[in-house]
Design a protein around this ligand. Sequence first.
Ligand code: IVH
Length: 690
Amino acid sequence: MLLAVNCCNHLHERCGWILIMSGNLTAVKKRLEKLREQINLHNHRYYVLDDPLISDGEYDRLFRELLDLEEEFPQLVTPDSPSGRVGGKALAEFGQVNHRFPMLSLENSFSDSGIRDFEGRLKRYLPDAEFSYVAEPKLDGLAVEIIYEKGLLTLGSTRGDGKTGEDVTSHIRTIKTIPLGLHGNDVPDYLEVRGEVFLTIDGFQKLNERRADAEEPLFANPRNAAAGSLRQLDSKITAQRPLQFFPYGISDPSLLNSNNQLEALDFLGRLGFKINPLVQLCKDINEVVDYFHVLQKQRHDLDYEIDGMVVKVNLFSLQKRLGSKARSPRWALACKFPASQATTRLLDVEFNVGRTGAITPVAILAPVSLEGVTVSRATLHNEDEIKRKGLRLGDRVLVQRAGDVIPEVIQPIIDLRDGSEEEIWMPSVCPECGHELLRKPGEAILRCPNVDCPAQRLRSLIHFTSKAGMDIEGLGKKAMEQLFDAKLVSDIPDIYRLKKSDLLPLEGWADKSAANAIQAIFKSRETTLARFLGALGIRFIGEVTAALLENQFKTLDQLMRAGEDDFLDIEGIGGQSATSLCQYFADPAVQEMLRRLFKIGLHFTTSDFGRKQQPLAGKKFLFTGRLPGFSRNEAKARVRELGGQVASSLSKKVTHLVAGDKAGGKLKKARDMELIILNEEEFKRLIEGE
Ligand code: IVH
């Protein structure tokens, strides 16, 4: 029997049995080796390189086979087995780990001059040296050290107090971007890798959603969530959290062949780590300062939080000569971004009236600096949000600004209340026109039903000329406010009567800008029926419904002769839209307005969209931020069904940005690019054909 060879050369009963097993074991061991190799490879392709080779299903099958075999043959489990990624036994307490080299912190700087002072100090210390630098995003997570012996991950620990941390080896193994075994032929015998464990914003939001469902307390931010996830005694819980890792250095560079930071990171990349792609070599301090501004701008485009940039002297030989002070190295500096959260006082609540009469509460705050911008107003969304947050007038509140997103009040600081705080009451009448407000059952929104409300008129005019409406260049929000205040425009036909001489006396207008605006107004008289219908801002009639209507009726005349049933016959048009259309066109004031518009020369050409029930043909959508009412995939699928395209990044081809909660920097860019920006509610209306 061939298998006997594995044990001994004699065949007796007991030994024979062992021999058969050991033969099996060899085969099993081989299979396990193969499985581990494959799983590690696919894991690396998927998590580190973002370039998977096999489907999730195939990966799961391999993983299942590995787990089953290891369960049957526990003696064959190895320290680098990917099965360790699902978490280990729950600990009674964390073991302690002494760091061979202290994990230092960094000196902080908050300005460009702070960065230049850093170079000044370096030059005073080493007058003869030439410095080049590596600039890296400063990740807002928590620092860990990971030890590899003979290429295998053997110990992972938190920073702790810098000298002693906690043993989180089984937790570290669950992080998919950390190799369990180092790759390549150049693996050092011993290596201590340091870096930051963090959660992506998406991962954080999903985690909080799950916690909200389970009625567990929510994490305040991704950093706390990452720290909370790593410090679980039960690493099986850690395994369910989508933690990520970027290395930022090694504790003892003399163990590597690399002679500088950039090469060392490159080497770590070859060993199997995912390296932050925003790491940048800067040949002098001017480039460092420039890159600080680049990163600050990009900050909100990233799907993880960074709170600054770390600049490091690139050459290890110079780092060594510079050495360290008690708590921080002389060769590195943390360049912090201005804070995006702060506390301030909620002084008052104002109520804004939107285009459709929706009343939005706005917090009036004691001015506070966020990301270098003074903020004194923040959105409170609606009455239910105020209640949910439990805000009171006079509260000290935590406010947050992320890029160009409207600042938000996150929560009151209840411990700082002194009893003088007062309840916030929603108004019963419109603050602009005094009409009684209505809140329909089941709706979160309070509305002013008066169509003549000046605030609604102004907002409607702003919508009419906007990109989402008639797209009249030069007549943006500010210009429309100015024209409305100057009583030059109080309804849509007024826009078409504007003359250059009306604009010139107004602040900010010059000969050229006025001429261009008048030209743009003139040109906009030729439009498509769908665009015009969308621009009118009829309730429940968005871009998609407008396209369906054009497709069905071809002319405004025919559309105006249609009854509710005719509208309901169109697939994609529901009861609310049909009623709204009938009400709108039955209004004598609307009919009069349309007559005036036709007299001025409004006329329609045919759209090149709106056919084949593909109202989003020719449109490209980009999604950013969280849409609580949709899964991303659902939203994307709907866009595609309606003939639209979905983009994965911001480009000139994108026409619509759908911005959910915490939308971040893409929103700012989209505004700069003057794209059509939709919030969740507007997107929903668009795809539901309302
Ligand atoms: S280098 C001795 N690089 O910032 C140098 N730190 O304030 C040690 N951090 O504890 C740190 N991103 O947790 C370095 N690219 C980066 C970093 C980074 C985030 C954290 C790290 C450290 C803290 C220091």
